[in-house]
Design a protein around this ligand. Sequence first.
Ligand code: SAH
Length: 571
Amino acid sequence: MNNKVVVFYISSKGKALAEKIADFFPEADIFPFSYQKLKSCFYESRAIIFIGASGIAVRKISPLLEDKKKDPAVLVLDEAGRFVISLVSGHLGGANSLAREIAACLNSTPVITTASDISELPALDLWAKKHELIFEPEELIPKTTSRYIEEKGLKVYTETKVPLLETFELTNELEEAHLVVGYHYFENFSGLYARPKRLIVGMGFHEGVSEEKLFTALKKVFEKHRLSLLSIKKLATLERKAKSPGFKALAQRLNAEALAVTPKKINVIITQAGLKDSMAKKHTEVRAVAEPAALSGSQGDRLLIPKQKQDGVTIAVAEIPPPPGKLWVVGLGPGSLEELTPRARKALRQAEKVVGYKTYVTLVEKLLQDKEVFTSGMTQEVDRVTLALNLALEGFEVALVSGGDPGIYGMAGLVFELMKEKELMGRIPVEIIPGITSASAGAARLGAPLMHDFACISLSDRLTPWEIIEKRLRAAAQADFVIVLYNPRSKGRKEHLARAKDIILEFRPEDTPVGIAKAIGRKDESLKITTLTALNPEDVDMQTTVFIGSSSSFILENLMVTPRGYKGKRY
Ligand code: SAH
């Protein structure tokens, strides 16, 4: 999908706001408004943002609008940036979530008018889009959606594994279901179906067969087995035959991917799956086509309908296993949205479920309004990671959030430890998204204390024996590293910082500069520069990072600086 965001402004005030938006969204291009430009970029863009009167936006886009499945998201902001209006393509085009995201960044109010968003339910069409489900028949969508919103949920019958919304209630009785997720038509059900696009059809045919003939044969087989054509994701046949125009046209008609399978692969699958030879061997270099082709889509395809001969065409159908979910381990930085990287914001945007420690989730809650969020207390790291892994295994896209950088005293290591233990490596795609760690965020505010070699040491003895912490403090102090202390204090261990100070004082002068950075990026942020002897542990809490200078660090007005060069050398 195209990721471009185009921002149009009219006045210079609008331009300043457009630039501010572009600071948060590197994928955004900004232009003074011109109809020509709008027209040329409309269908090339994920979102079009107008800064100015909504009337202008409505008039200008109206000739360009086609269909909610195709139109980009269109948003309007007033020039003061007080309101962010989701105008067009609220759900499928993502205008609602983009409006929320921009509003969160600008500290303004999103204006959203689509029904399920007002009721704060996850939207049905977004769920369907995410998991490649197609509703059938379309006429029943409005009725089922209203019922969903009114009753804040649906009773769902499912015949295959698909990640379901929390608001759904599973039922085994077709008669009482409001929605059926699966491939088949059921006699005793007349409601809405959600068709997983996960069938692969293997086809054997003579070259030159017309699209119409192929379609009729396929339709007959699907009707006989009461299957929906909407579930077809791929059509597969032998490499040579995949070139025939009839086959290509059929794939296009069904909105399916045309797959060309090599004879070698076909023969391997025949042997592996222990399939029977068929007539096909007389005419081609392979021993069968339809069944092995149906099983060629991905590992784990399962034959749903064995080979059927229909009007000279052979057809077999397999089910493609559900795609795995995804786990992003997202670093949130110190706490303000300005210091959340665009990549982290993108992962939060894409995730369906968010798992994290309550304090961290609260920092980004404005970005999470249409997500299912799971929070827990500080010491429940294993539970949180396990939950995130389980959700990803079920097929959800999950963001596990971590303060600062997830790879620095964060959650990233635990994710891999548990994946190793549960033998999940290779089964869930995991992406670690770095964040600005407290050492960098604090250093930037305190001046330039980390210009030379430095060591980070956590004073928490929850997971590390205190003797080892002391040993490292001593070694770092002796080697003249600048020392950054994480977890300098908590309710349970008040004396640790005082002890660390005494150890470092054995190797450093009393007037060694010390920087204290408290609650960086949060409302109660505070900074203090002092010296090692004057360092008062009472000034430090668990939301503080402490910087202890090396022998060359110095205080410059209210800043702390460590020279980059050594003993007078400059760069
Ligand atoms: N992964 C985090 C560190 C987690 S350990 C990171 O990369 O920053 C928790 C410790 O980090 C806290 O005890 C404190 O020392 C530091 N810390 C976390 N957030 C902070 C903030 N906003 N301001 C100052 N220090 C912070």
